[in-house]
Design a binder for this molecule. Structure first.
Ligand SMILES: Cc1cc2nc3c(=O)[nH]c(=O)nc-3n(C[C@H](O)[C@H](O)[C@H](O)COP(=O)(O)OP(=O)(O)OC[C@H]3O[C@@H](n4cnc5c(N)ncnc54)[C@H](O)[C@@H]3O)c2cc1C
Length: 270
């Protein structure tokens, strides 16, 4: 009996994991990813959850030690005055988006991984699924797996659901070990650190290849301030902005990735 032909839309963590599992089960699987290039530099750190690494651990020679680093505690600081609010022991591990993506892409292989394919239409036709992509092709399959992320086109097409603003923006980045003083590295390494703020919070934790992942969550209601943040230098509204597209004034305020009110441990690398 011919096994199902499967089209996976979205070639990130969920799409590649589904694709590899279905391929291992004998299905004829192709992945269609909107991005024209492999997803390098797409994200930063990720806390390891069992589901995230299950494929690696059960089906490949990739070990947890190879793709992640450990920490021993979670600590909570008042980020404005730097005082320790509390700490608990926690045996967590952290990986990076790039390590996960590379590992999953190697596991699935590149022959049936189609870049530059953005789904624009999806409909059931006589018991099969018909998918159309912006660059032209139409694909018919027995099963369509839609793993196209938080702004899913498929969810919009099938159910009319669009994402709503959750009420906060976030700055994130990586600080490489050689850009940090020993004191700063030692402060953040080996812990998951929260910095509590009146209108948000900061987090920092180590990731593989010698870096600290940092992130500032800032509660911003919809309105002029939010519009200003989400408008890039070219005057375009965006959902996500890279450092190069920030307005210079805002870039100066936030050059360390930290809010202006944060205490020294959260502000600088000195
Ligand atoms: C800073 C940060 C930290 C995070 N930390 C954690 C964490 O600690 N733990 C955790 O579990 N998660 C974390 N997440 C979330 C994590 O990134 C997501 O859980 C994960 O990336 C989701 O994977 P995904 O494959 O479902 O979706 P995504 O990674 O969003 O991938 C969706 C893919 O679909 C593609 N796509 C979109 N539209 C189309 C289309 N129309 N046609 C074809 N392709 C399309 C996109 O290009 C993309 O490659 C974090 C996210 C960020 C941004």
């Amino acid at each position: 009996m011919a096994l199902p032909r499967v089209a996976v839309v979205g070639g990130s963590i969920a799409g590649l994991t589904a694709a590899a599992l279905l391929r291992d089960a004998g299905c004829d699987v192709e992945v269609f990813e909107r991005s024209a290039a492999p997803l390098a530099g797409y994200g930063t750190g990720i806390v390891v959850q069992p589901e995230l690494v299950r494929y690696f651990l059960e089906r490949t020679a990739i070990t947890l030690e190879r793709i992640s680093v450990p920490s021993r505690s979670i600590r909570y600081f008042d980020a404005e005055d730097g005082s320790l609010v509390g700490a608990v022991n926690a045996d967590w591990r952290y990986t990076s988006y790039n390590a996960l993506y590379r590992g999953m892409l190697d596991s699935f292989g590149r022959e049936r991984y189609r870049l530059g394919h953005a789904l624009v239409a999806l409909e059931p036709v006589n018991g099969i699924a018909r998918l159309r992509f912006a660059n032209g092709p139409t694909v018919e399959c027995d099963l369509a797996v839609c793993a196209d992320g938080a702004f899913s086109t498929a969810r919009q097409l099938l159910f009319g659901i669009s994402p709503r603003y959750a009420g906060y923006v976030t700055w994130r980045g990586l600080a490489r070990r050689d850009a940090l003083s020993r004191r700063t590295w030692n402060f953040f390494n080996d812990h998951f650190t929260y910095g509590l703020l009146r209108d948000g919070h900061l987090i920092a934790y180590p990731v593989p290849e010698g870096a600290i992942n940092f992130q500032w969550y800032w509660n911003v209601p919809e309105g002029p301030e939010f519009e200003r943040i989400m408008t890039d230098r070219a005057g375009r509204g965006t959902r996500s902005r890279s450092m190069g597209t920030l307005f210079p004034a805002r870039r100066a305020t936030n050059s360390s990735g930290a809010p202006p009110v944060a205490s020294p441990s959260f502000r600088s690398s000195s």
